[in-house]
Design a protein around this ligand. Structure first.
Ligand code: ATP
Ligand code: MG
Length: 580
């Protein structure tokens, strides 16, 4: 019945507990989880994006780890522990030393050897496996660890949600062929579903962009919460769900008649709404043309003009993936002039640059675009006629109310916190890292890989984002730092003795108990217990003692009086009911 084998202290006196609580919200904390974890004394900041876990915070972290570990083991993965410091040579071999950008914290040691702090471990695990791998008979293999990562994030924020140093579970699988990789991908997908279900989270698996790690099939697991940094597009009718960074959708676009090109004066009108207002047309009939400077490693920058409907937005992540860009920046006015445009009045016609238009513009006629001259637009644009070499692709950002690409149902948006990510990597790392083996035909083959991450420390925050009220955190029983708090009121020795006895009996019964024996006012004790989110609170004062009853409150739920001799059974039953 004991909830977690990894937490060794079952009991604690509050007078000894290092859990400094704060009465007020810390000024720099924006989201609920950050505020409450600081206030309740679970974490403390060391420096930007770097935190100490205090006893209560660590207990929760360990319980989440335990669930992750149990399910990974059950799924057949093997736990290892890799180092945080990784040699540059490995990253040079994979090609990421130059590509990874500034999130990679690079260090130089006393021998002038370059290393980095691991933001992820593909290189190290490939190096580990390639040294031992000989034959297909050793495959498949899935290795994982639960370990601290370092990423020098541009904007560390929201406490544990986006740290620079954070705890991740990362797993890497190696396979002889694609079918086996697909099987393991499904195995991990199902394992993640079990993990997040066990953690009691409202979550959704969504199709995802494969980002810097690259690859093919990929899903993110998002905890649904207002404070989430990601936007998820999902269908109300079928199970289509995708990160807005890659979501596709269909929209009905207004049509217009074909016409000849004509220049119209639009002095000072550069914004879509202004032009549409001036010409009395639907903004969807305007062609919005954005000029980007596309940066790629080892290549000269390319200038690309990208067109979407006037009321659509370009989805920059989609676009970057499509263009194979390492970085996309808006072109400078000078770049625009160089390709024959005028900033604020750019149109796709006659530009001396590659033009990429959104699919919703294909075949459209009678549109309005910038004229590439100051203070003027052109009407009657027919892209097929006037920009005959334009390419077409899905570059627009999906919008709420669009039609689902698979079933035509309505697309809605939710905010999500990404807590897990599964990738089919293929041979992207195995190839350059030379993870090779002899296949069944005796031939040399390159292994194919999957990788699977879970933000373990981010999960601590994600759980809080879904479980709190005005008074503080409401931990689900199996993640709570303690299952039950005993509060003795006043200085009566008898009250203290009875309370102490109940507390000792409870821990002897295998529950994790804390006894608030501090010399504090009742209000302070109640407030702290609620703030910390301990599920069961047992209060005993002099009045209760003479009536032979303790007051038991379930955090976020009911309050009742229980005869002293029944307290242990009651608490045990409550624990069993809620920990199930
Ligand atoms: P994000 O889009 O949030 O930056 P990512 O795509 O960079 O995430 P992965 O490389 O897939 O993340 O890392 C695996 C998991 O690690 C993520 O799903 C997330 O839960 C967690 N994680 C990533 N970055 C951070 C961070 N800065 N702080 C805390 N957890 C993180
Ligand atoms: Mg990231």
């Amino acid at each position: 019945m004991h909830a977690s084998g990894t937490v060794c202290f079952r009991a604690m006196r509050m007078s000894n507990l290092f859990s400094p609580t704060l009465r007020d919200d810390p000024a720099d904390a924006e989201v609920v989880s950050h505020k409450l974890l600081l206030r309740a004394g679970f974490i403390r900041r060391v420096t930007s994006g770097v935190y100490n876990f205090l006893p209560l915070g660590l207990r929760v972290l360990r319980k989440i780890e335990a669930v992750v570990r149990e399910e990974m083991n059950r799924a057949g993965a093997q736990e290892i522990l890799m180092p945080m410091v990784q040699p540059a040579e490995l990253w040079k071999q994979s090609g990421r030393w130059d590509k990874y950008g500034r999130e990679l914290l690079r260090i130089t040691d006393r021998h002038d050897h370059e290393s980095c702090l691991g933001p992820t471990h593909e290189e190290v695990v490939c190096d580990l496996v390639r040294r031992e791998l000989r034959s297909y008979k050793q495959l498949p293999m899935n290795l994982y660890q639960i370990q601290a990562k370092f990423r020098d994030e541009v904007r560390p924020r929201f406490g544990l949600m986006r740290g620079r140093e954070f705890v991740m579970k990362d797993a890497y699988s190696f396979h002889a062929d694609e079918d086996d990789l697909a099987r393991e991908y499904q195995n991990m997908f199902d394992t993640y579903t079990r993990i997040f279900t066990r953690l009691g989270l409202k979550f959704r698996a969504v199709q995802a962009d494969t980002g810097a790690i690259g690859g093919r099939r990929s899903h993110e697991f998002h905890v649904l919460a207002e404070s989430g940094e990601d936007v998820i597009a999902h269908c109300s009718a079928c199970d289509y769900a995708a990160n807005v960074e890659m979501a596709t959708s269909c929209r009905k676009v207004p049509v217009s008649e074909g016409a000849d090109l004509e220049t119209v004066k639009t002095p000072g009108a550069t914004a879509v709404e202004d032009v549409a207002g001036l010409l009395h047309v639907d903004p969807a009939l305007l062609v919005k043309t954005l000029v980007y400077r596309v940066k790629r490693a080892d290549e000269a920058d390319e200038i690309v003009a990208v067109c979407v409907r006037g009321d659509d937005q370009v989805q920059a992540v989609k676009l970057a993936r499509l263009l194979g860009a390492d970085e996309l920046v808006m072109a400078a006015d000078e770049d625009i002039t160089n390709i024959g445009g005028v900033a604020g009045y750019v149109g796709p016609q006659g530009l001396n640059a590659r033009v990429l238009a959104d699919e919703t513009l294909k075949g459209a006629v009678g549109l309005i675009a910038g004229s590439n001259e100051k203070d003027a637009h052109v009407t009657g644009i027919d892209l097929a006629r006037d920009v005959s070499d334009a390419g077409y692709a899905d570059v627009r950002e999906c919008r709420e109310g669009d039609a689902c690409p698979t079933c035509g149902g309505g697309i809605g948006f939710s905010r999500g916190i990404e807590v897990g990510h599964v990738f089919e990597l293929g041979r992207q790392y195995a190839e350059p890292m030379e993870v090779v083996f002899q296949n069944a035909d005796g031939k040399r083959a390159v292994a194919t890989m999957g990788c699977y991450g879970i933000g373990v420390s981010r999960l601590v925050a994600a759980v809080v984002e879904q479980c709190y009220d005005d008074a503080g955190i409401i931990w689900p029983m199996h993640l709570a730092p303690f299952h039950v708090v005993f509060i003795s009121l006043g200085k009566s020795e008898q009250v203290i003795n009875v309370c102490k006895q109940m507390y000792e009996d409870t821990q002897a019964a295998g529950l994790e108990a804390v006894w608030d024996d501090r010399n504090e006012r009742p209000g302070v004790k109640f407030r702290d217990a609620e703030l910390m989110g301990i599920p069961i609170r047992v209060v005993l004062g002099e009045r209760g003692l003479s009536a032979g009853k303790a007051e038991i409150t379930i955090r976020g739920g009911e309050k009742l009086e229980v005869p002293l001799e029944d307290v242990l059974n009651f608490v045990r039953a409550e624990f069993d009911r809620r920990a199930a």
